[in-house]
Design a protein around this ligand. Sequence first.
Ligand code: ZN
Length: 122
Amino acid sequence: MALTDWYCEDVLSGKLAVRKVFEDDRVLAFHHPRPAREVHVVVIPKAHVPSLLDERALDGDLLASMVSAIQHVARALGLDVPQADRPRGFYVRANAAAPGVTPHMHWHILAPGAGAEWPEST
Ligand SMILES: [Zn+2]
């Protein structure tokens, strides 16, 4: 069964309310509604890009905006320096060609809490 891209498109249209962290003309970063880690932010392009494996993911301006969004989020949420409650920094995960993944490119910014297993197995 092919997944539909309702989630990211509903976030982008404003139909689904999210807590935004950063936004510019190309990308949007928002807190995941069901965070899997102490901090869990999702970064998505505003233009539809189905996945990391799509030709449209090779747009240099878009990639620069995605990385710029990560930098903004890291500074805004204090992820750029170790904190007592999340001493292990953060990592960025981009799922691709995995079953059950929404077909709109999205990168996860994840900061594990102090008690989390490290390095993480997932
Ligand atoms: Zn989409």
